[in-house]
Ligand binder design. Structure first.
Ligand code: NAD
Length: 493
């Protein structure tokens, strides 16, 4: 089979091949080879080589599928993945070493340890908007943890999907890591298999299908989903802060995959009195960033279907009337101009569905504190952005809302931080990854307790007496004096 490419309507022979491929992965895992630190290192280093030696081809595939500029492609995919591999290589020894833990007195004398063990056969299903990053980033964690892996990249980015299959085939150990290209039917065929972990990036709708399939085999899942991420814009004090805010909001919207990103700014919340400044400065910054021909530096929409979906978000006359900037569509090039809207109806699709494109609604509020209720009246976002120097507002947002995370005074940077987990809550998903969190996601922490045969607390075993009951009470409270007094019969029980 060409690069493990399988189609539905597959013959019995192709099904058999799939089973055989998975069997080979299981055999590799069972051989113990992937548990070896040197194997893990070699594969992580191979990812570095794969990125370095094929950079131009990777850029080209991203250009073909998404019109991504090389700078954007490096910043968001090749660069971030390279950084993550280095971090994993530097940390691997520590991650693999496990940790000692304390034990209750009742187990005395004993020692305990948590030893990380790989889960086994891992299935990574990824999305099209960051076709390399969303496949390789979880792969780093899965390899670091010592697993064997199947990746199913999205069929909607076919050039990237083919490129990924080709370089993984060439650089990595194919007895342990395989790419299966294909669409929904392939994904579903794979979902019927028994996995030890499924890591899914995509929509909530498909997330439910993944969970249902995983339930059949009691397979644990991580769901990296999307939703509507708000940006709360407070009355930023100085003009410097204000300009930073505008620039960073646009950086987290139009300047990243044309807004086709799960952690992009979906809409802005601002007090009415700041609206005109916000709109006029955002326009200035759009011009500064993209010039007169944004097509040259902005990504395009992935395909006709998504283009039509985005266009239809503006079909409601009330939504169209709310456009303050942009709004033009170039169907031949699948390009949508950066578009700013003010107060579209809250029950319109643009305010109820994830936008995933370069349309940016601004919603005005009487008081910025109302943003807390606004956010809470909607599904939990993957991230909340808030631009403010007001510590009270920061506290209100931290303790009064729920989201995967909150980033103050910037957008997207949290994604590049290996030391904080990336993941959602509620509708935006569950489970987390990046850095050590990726390693943990693909690891079972096995509890090891070691005792000798020398001594025991005699009160642990029958025949039961009130004195033994009292000793249990003392022991679970770590009341050493109490234990002494009870043993000596000096305590009432
Ligand atoms: P999607 O759910 O349509 O597809 C994701 C993957 O699932 C693809 O590989 C696809 O082939 C497969 N798939 C699709 N339908 C399937 C089905 N019925 N059964 C089994 N597999 C199926 O999502 P998408 O269009 O690729 O991505 C857009 C969504 O993903 C948005 O909601 C976005 O917010 C979210 N997303 C989240 C993150 C994150 O890190 N949290 C990153 C990127 C995208």
């Amino acid at each position: 089979m060409d690069q493990h490419k399988i189609d539905m309507g597959e013959t019995a022979e192709e099904c058999l091949n799939l089973e055989a491929e998975l069997e080979e992965l299981r055999e590799t895992f069972n051989s113990g080879k992937t548990r070896d630190a040197s194997w893990r290192r070699s594969q992580l280093k191979a990812i570095l080589n794969l990125l370095k030696e094929n950079e131009d081809d990777l850029f080209l595939a991203l250009k073909q599928d998404l019109g991504k500029h090389r700078c954007e492609a490096y910043r968001d995919e090749i660069g971030t993945v390279t950084k993550s591999v280095h971090y994993a290589l530097d940390s691997l020894k520590k991650w693999m070493s496990g940790k000692k833990v304390n034990l209750p007195i009742i187990a005395f004398p004993a020692t305990a340890q948590l030893i990380p063990e790989p889960l086994g056969l891992v299935y990574i299903i990824s999305s099209w908007n960051f076709p390399f990053g969303l496949s390789l980033e979880p792969l780093i964690g899965a390899i670091a943890a010592g697993n064997v892996v199947v990746i199913k990249p999205s069929e909607l980015a076919p050039a990237c999907s083919a490129m990924l299959a080709s370089v993984i085939n060439k650089y990595l150990d194919n007895k342990a890591i395989k790419v299966f290209q294909g669409g929904v039917s392939v994904s579903q065929q794979l979902l019927q298999q028994k996995w030890d972990k499924i890591f899914f990036t995509g929509s909530a709708q498909v997330g439910k299908i993944v969970m249902a399939a995983a339930a059949n085999h009691l397979t644990p899942v991580t769901l990296e989903l999307g939703g509507k991420c708000p940006a709360v814009v407070d009355s930023i004090s100085g003009s410097w802060d204000r300009e930073c805010t505008f620039k960073r909001i646009l950086g987290g919207k139009f300047a990243v995959c044309a807004g086709q990103i799960c952690i992009g700014v979906d809409y802005i919340l601002v007090e009415k009195k700041y609206l005109s400044t916000l709109v006029s400065r955002l326009q200035v910054w759009v011009k500064k960033m993209f010039g007169d021909n944004p097509k040259e530096s902005m990504s395009r929409i992935i395909n006709k279907q998504h283009f039509t979906r985005l266009k239809s978000l503006l079909s409601d006359p009330l939504v169209r009337a709310s456009i303050r900037y942009g709004g033009s569509f170039d169907e031949d090039n699948l390009f949508i101009e950066p578009t700013i809207l003010v107060d579209p109806p809250l029950n319109s699709a643009i305010m109820t569905e994830e936008i995933f494109g370069p349309l940016l609604p601004i919603i005005t509020l009487e008081k910025i504190e109302d943003s807390v209720n606004f956010i809470n009246s909607r599904p939990k976002p993957l991230v909340i952005y808030a631009f403010t120097n007001n510590e009270k507002l920061k506290k209100m947002l931290i303790s009064g809302t729920s989201s995967g995370g909150i980033t103050f005074n910037d957008t997207l940077v949290q994604h590049a931080a290996d030391t904080i987990p990336f993941g959602g809550v509620g509708q935006s998903g569950f489970g987390r990854y990046h850095g050590k969190f990726s390693f943990d996601t693909f690891t079972h922490e096995k509890a090891i307790l070691r005792r000798g045969f020398l001594t025991d607390f005699w009160f642990r075993f029958p025949p039961w007496t009130n004195k033994k009951l009292q000793l249990f009470r003392d022991a679970y409270k770590y009341d050493y004096i109490g234990i002494g007094l009870t043993v000596l019969g000096l305590k009432k029980y």
